[in-house]
Design a protein. Sequence first.
Length: 95
Amino acid sequence: MGSLAGCTWTSGDVERAQQASRAAKANGTFERQFFTEHEFRLASVLSDLTIPADDRSGSASNVGVPEFIDFMVRAEVLTFGDFVTKSGRKTPFFI
């Protein structure tokens, strides 16, 4: 059992989520729930810049990172807001 941002996932939950994600990606049934098309493409590019393909593995978008981020934001595991730094500057954040 693991915990992420206050959500508890059993190994069975993780396995079911992985199977559903792989199936949706394989048969093209994934539908964005949070991102616009432009935002989704941007998330794909940025995640691939962070985790590019190499001679041993695929890129972040190859393994569904943008889809996972879309899911996490829709499920409100990742949330956005404003944070005030010690200097008093207001800056966006997500947790």
